[in-house]
Design a protein around this ligand. Structure first.
Ligand SMILES: [Zn+2]
Length: 333
């Protein structure tokens, strides 16, 4: 009898230890931020700082409304102008020091990814393509990751001048079409609206997988597409919206968090090893575009090429930062 009691006691203790091991300590905002820092590692510090250390909407102040139409001020060109660069065999940087714009070339024409503020469209994209020996009249598609002025003000010009088709998330088209005709850069006409199911854009044998990733805006879209580095095919995972400058509501952080998970899974399935975003502070595009001009030692990787784990850690970090904010709102209530 005593043996049985002893055995039961040991069993109960073992079960309790196992149960403790199986249920980790409850998540706290601090723990999630620490996990996000680990996920960011040395690869994604800019995004970690922006959305985990000091999120833009921390004091419940949403993004200020765009300034009313009027005489626009163009910042000093010395603060933003960047020369254009060929970065991959078929991908060219035509952005500023601050914002990215890319030209993906195919045998049947060019896809422009993001279009900068209106003051930058002529010097960076139109003249930039010409300097690189590309003809802007061959632009067939313009992909807008989300409808904020720093990425979409060039869309109307590329559409009206070259007949390019503008691709945008459906919700961001709604916001864009409400702008007055006098808005900086003008208002593009509705072309291709991407719903929650996403879409594929194919040109000259190159397919861009367009994935709906609402969060930064309701219509934010992200991409997976192939590029070539000296003939080798690499897959780019392009994150279309980053900062937390949406209204500080729990539901918005849930939407953002779930989109990071979705994009991470899509990048995993596609084998993405190049992570790109549309602000140079997040992926060091301006530096990497210039590093790509340097000679490389035998076997040395392209400055944009990482590995799949590094790409996946980017989206893991984004999800953790969003969840940390959601949880901190919960514990503040
Ligand atoms: Zn934005």
């Amino acid at each position: 009898m005593r043996h049985w009691i002893l055995a039961l006691g040991v069993l109960a203790a073992a079960t309790a230890i196992a149960a403790r091991a199986q249920s980790p300590a409850p998540a706290t905002p601090e723990r999630l931020v620490a996990d996000a820092k680990r996920a960011a590692g040395l690869d994604h510090p800019g995004t970690f700082l922006r959305i985990c250390v000091a999120p833009d909407n921390l004091n419940a102040a949403p993004r200020p409304a765009p300034a009313p139409a009027g005489p626009r001020t163009v910042p000093d060109r010395a603060t933003w102008y960047a020369a254009p660069y060929k970065v991959f065999d078929d991908l060219y940087f035509v952005g500023t020091r601050i914002h990215s714009a890319w030209a993906l070339t195919t045998p049947d024409g060019i896809v422009v990814i993001d279009t900068l503020f209106d003051y930058a469209i002529e010097p960076e994209i139109v003249n930039g393509l010409e300097k690189l020996g590309l003809d802007p009249r061959n632009i067939k598609y313009v992909l807008i990751s989300h409808a904020h002025g720093d990425h979409d003000q060039g869309a109307a010009l590329l559409q009206s001048r070259y007949g390019a088709k503008v691709v945008m998330g459906a919700a961001d088209w709604e916001a864009t079409l409400q702008r007055p005709a006098t808005a900086a850069g003008g208002v593009p006409k509705r072309d291709i609206a991407v719903g929650p199911e996403g879409t594929k854009i194919t040109l000259g044998g190159t397919t861009i997988d367009v994935i709906a990733t609402p969060g930064h805006t309701r219509g934010t879209i992200s991409y997976l597409f192939p590029v070539h580095d000296r003939g080798r095919t690499l897959t780019v995972a392009y994150a279309g919206g980053t900062a937390f400058n949406f209204p500080r509501e729990a539901a918005n952080f849930v939407i953002y968090r779930d989109s990071q998970k979705k994009m991470g899974e899509a990048a995993r399935a596609a084998g993405g090893t190049v992570l790109m975003t549309n602000h140079t502070e997040f992926d060091r595009a301006y530096d990497r575009a210039r590093l790509a001009q340097l000679p490389r030692a035998a076997g040395e990787k392209h400055p944009y090429e990482t590995d799949q784990a590094t790409v996946l850690r980017y989206f893991e970090m984004g999800g953790l930062c969003a969840e940390a904010q959601r949880l901190s709102m919960e514990s503040a209530n």
